[in-house]
Design a protein around this ligand. Structure first.
Ligand SMILES: [Zn+2]
Length: 136
């Protein structure tokens, strides 16, 4: 299991809402109110139309592995190694960097269907991560 020594992400006015959604068990995506473009990570301004107006949508949690890397070193306390870091193509059409759990490093591959689950640390901190779709 994870432990509370895990490094906490910085949270500010631009991304606090995303962590609030994660705490509620949801995977949020920022959506430009001007051109409806989805973006992640959260930013104050749309890179396409430069609008600073935005709202959020809740992702289905379904996606596929676009790219991945397996980390073995250096090892930070609070994480289990090897650590599989994935770039996920979300079904909604945007990408997200996350962690793949419940999967052996030799079984991860490009295009692997994945689904979001909420990982809860012992201190109650919740983080959206992914597991192979359909896996128990
Ligand atoms: Zn826009």
């Amino acid at each position: 299991m994870t432990d509370p020594r895990r490094i906490k992400p910085p949270m500010g006015p631009d991304n606090g809402w995303w962590w609030d959604m994660a705490a509620a068990g949801k995977l949020g995506i920022q959506r430009c109110a001007g051109c409806q473009t989805l973006r992640h990570p959260p930013t104050p301004m749309c890179g396409d139309c430069h609008s600073t107006q935005w709202d959020t949508v809740e992702a289905s949690g379904a996606g596929t592995v676009c790219s991945y890397t397996v980390l073995t070193h250096p090892q930070f306390p609070g994480y289990q190694y090897p650590l599989i870091i994935i770039l996920v193509d979300l079904a909604e059409g945007t990408r997200l960097t996350s962690q793949l759990v419940d999967c052996e490093p030799e079984n991860v591959e490009f295009g692997l269907p994945v689904e979001m689950i909420i990982q809860e640390d012992p201190d109650g901190f919740k983080l959206p991560v992914f597991k192979p779709a359909g896996a128990a």
